[in-house]
Design a protein around this ligand. Structure first.
Ligand SMILES: Cc1ncc(COP(=O)(O)O)c(C=O)c1O
Length: 698
């Protein structure tokens, strides 16, 4: 593709003439439409707008395909016929809940977005599905023992979440996994029921090991899992000092690697775990520990992408289990760790997206362990799983309002063309006025290259002071129009867009300012490029005719989303609707319940958003009830976390105002209003406030 502009003076003159003609014919320029969220800042922009009338050629199912909901939504999320997101809190329940109705009800109760919505019943449903899948696999394979699920607290340590999981898993003896002293402290009091197992992973100091031993003394099944020879030495020293022989587990590193995003838990890269060689050396040195060895643990990493790797690892672990049993180990449990993957629908990350069902997962591990136990004639151990992501991801979503949309301005007929405009500019204007000329991909590619070259020329002349700002702006607008049209022709051609065209498309996309923080709410996107499904909560029966890049409230360039779940060939932009003036656009980020709640950071001092917990309620008119409202972090809360004291802040502010009043620089009333405003600010949430949140003017 040639990207040099071929600009002839004759054609340029024609362009001016046709521009004048078009203007005479009274073609209308595009209306300014960009303010979305009433009260929000309006970027200076003029957009192409779009008709709010549903397009009969576009139905809810088309949005479903576009946002790939079939990959990540079932069995909980779908799009209703009216183009609104529908939530089912368990597979097979008859009715679904209308998501926009929940958001409206929350607002009616004084809870504005940004907002986290939790569906505790989804957590319960996932617990039951996991248990059911293992139960079925055990029956199908004829496995001679049971499955025990443990919830790894680190995945979402919020009390509501942990308690819901434990309650849902009561009948199955669901236990917990912890990886730090604080997690152990949170977990221990939950062990009222002595059937529940608590596995302690992570690096354990003396205090943590002693606490685990205390719990064993209280008759609880708390198993510290030794991760290294050094940790074993500390364990042994404490046990000897206490004169006890506590049960322990051992973590092994395996060769069954996981090529997903969160790999790195297999030998030789493993951060934790004893290699088979280390383990053997340890047991040969301390054979007396074998009767205390109750659990063998491995963890391949999160989001296991390939089940054959897991099958291989489970087989390898079962072989080690059988060998240790033969040496006299009292092994009761084989702990498979976490890693049960879920689909986020990220087309760009197909290598890391798991492509198996819960049933496949359970069957793979049960049959792998069963085969080894049968062939080695050892009793099958209790199979322990530590799935976190799969239990929690679906239960939470983040609702984010769009504050403003800034569109790159295109060419509008009627724009004044400066008399001294040069050839390159006039050529661009002519192309913009002539409408879509390229009929095929080759023509579009050629036109795009020439337009790019022409705009480059104008830019270079501007930098040298030979072109006025007015002309440069005109050339930019004309280029934007031509580029949009030609890229559309290229896209319709169906071939993947070349990288530079994709990057141009990105630069032409709307910048959509949203009321949230990537650092706080989507840390895995910021830190590891994970794409989360996001889509509007309504209008899904209208064709999304714009493409946007979501940017957050923070002051950083990386406070934005640059990978989306969509079937659009370019996943770096989100297909969206043109905003409707005065109507609030709400977007929902899905699968937010695992890790995001705890990894988020208060960058720019943006705190937690408010949250509501929603349950189905057949007696309620809309089929749901909000059972719990948790207010957002206030400004005072985040400042306290950073070491400030609210009282001192207020006093300092009061002193400042008093000194101004004393110096006759400020009236007493104005001073009072100032103090009021500051005090009100400390009590407010940390996100964008609309309306009269600022209080009366001074
Ligand atoms: C030891 C251990 N168990 C369980 C998990 C949970 O994994 P997942 O959320 O992928 O199920 C992790 C997370 O990495 C882990 O390190």
């Amino acid at each position: 593709m040639s990207w040099t502009g071929d600009v002839s003076h004759a054609r340029a003159t024609e362009a001016v003439e046709s521009g004048a003609r078009a203007a005479e014919l009274g073609e209308r320029g595009t209306p300014p439409v960009e303010m979305v969220h009433p009260g929000a800042p309006q970027f200076e922009a003029a957009g192409t707008g779009s008709s709010p009338v549903p397009d009969s050629a576009w139905a809810a199912g088309d949005s479903g395909k576009l946002y790939r909901i079939g990959r990540w939504g079932p069995p909980y999320f779908s799009i209703g016929a009216r183009g609104r997101v529908a939530v089912r809190t368990a597979p097979g329940v008859s009715g679904s809940i209308d998501l926009p109705a929940i958001v409206e009800e929350a607002r009616r109760r004084g809870v504005e977005s940004p907002l986290t919505i939790r569906f505790p019943e989804i957590v319960r449903s996932q617990v039951a599905r996991l248990q059911g899948a293992f139960g079925d696999a055990i029956t199908a394979v004829g496995y001679g023992n049971r499955h025990l699920g443990l919830y790894p607290i680190k995945v979402n340590p919020l009390r509501h979440v942990v308690e819901e999981i434990l309650d849902a898993g009561r009948d199955f003896g669901m236990g917990l996994e912890c990886g730090s002293r604080a997690e152990l402290a949170a977990a221990l009091p939950h062990l009222r029921d002595d059937r529940r197992l608590l596995v302690c992973n992570g690096v354990k100091d003396e205090a943590m090991l002693a606490l685990a031993m205390d719990a064993q003394r209280l008759g609880r099944q708390v198993i510290p899992v030794v991760q290294s020879p050094e940790e074993f030495a500390v364990f042994r020293t404490i046990a000897a000092r206490r004169g006890e022989e506590p049960m322990l587990g051992v973590r092994i590193g395996l060769s069954g690697w996981n090529p997903g995003r969160w790999d790195g838990c297999a030998v030789p890269d493993a951060k934790f775990g004893l290699s088979p060689a280390d383990l053997l050396a340890l047991l040969e040195r301390f054979p007396d520990v074998l009767p205390q060895l109750g659990l063998l643990h491995f963890h391949l990493g999160s989001q296991i992408a390939d089940l054959s790797r897991l099958r291989h690892a489970a087989g390898e672990a079962a072989q080690i289990h059988a060998s240790l049993v033969a040496r006299g180990a009292a092994l009761r449990y084989l702990d498979l760790g976490g890693g049960l993957g879920i689909e986020y629908g990220d087309a760009g990350a197909s290598a890391a997206e798991p492509d198996y069902s819960l049933t496949d997962y359970a069957h793979a591990v049960v049959s792998a362990v069963n085969d080894v136990c049968r062939s080695r004639s050892v009793p099958p151990p209790v199979l322990v799983s530590e799935s976190g992501r799969a239990l929690t991801a679906h239960h939470a979503m983040l609702i984010v309002p769009v504050l403003a949309v800034r569109e790159r301005r295109g060419f509008t007929v009627g724009t004044r063309i400066p008399p001294q405009a040069g050839d390159a500019t006039l050529w661009l204007v002519r192309q913009a006025l002539q409408g879509p000329r390229a009929r095929d991909a080759a023509g579009a590619s050629d036109l795009l290259g020439r337009a790019h070259g022409a705009f480059g020329k104008v830019g270079a002349s501007f930098a040298e002071g030979r072109v006025a700002l007015e002309e440069y702006a005109l050339a930019e607008r004309a280029f934007v129009t031509v580029a949009r049209r030609t890229i559309e022709v290229l896209r319709l051609g169906g071939d993947p867009l070349p990288a530079r065209v994709e990057s141009l498309q990105r630069s032409l996309a709307d910048r959509v300012l949203c009321d949230f923080s990537v650092f706080r709410s989507l840390p895995d996107h910021w830190g590891s490029g994970q794409a989360f499904p996001v889509m509007p909560i309504d209008r899904l029966n209208e064709r999304p005719d714009r493409r946007g890049i979501l940017v957050d409230l923070t002051c950083d360039a990386d406070g934005r989303i640059d990978r989306y779940v969509s079937s659009d060939p370019d996943t770096s932009v989100l297909p969206m609707h043109a905003p409707r003036p005065g109507v609030r656009t709400e977007l929902a980020f899905f699968l937010m319940g695992a890790y995001e709640d705890v990894l988020g950071a208060p960058h720019n001092l943006l705190g937690r958003v408010p949250e509501i917990h929603v349950r189905t309620d057949e007696r309620a008119s809309q089929g749901f009830r909000i059972e719990n409202i948790i207010p957002p972090t206030t400004v005072a809360d985040v400042l306290t976390q950073m070491g400030y004291r609210e009282g001192e802040l207020r006093t300092a502010m009061g002193d400042l105002v008093a000194s101004k009043i004393a110096a006759d620089d400020l009236s007493a009333e104005a001073g009072c209003r100032l103090i009021d405003r500051y005090t009100r600010c400390l009590g407010q949430g940390t996100y964008y406030e609309t309306g009269d949140a600022a209080g009366p003017e001074s």
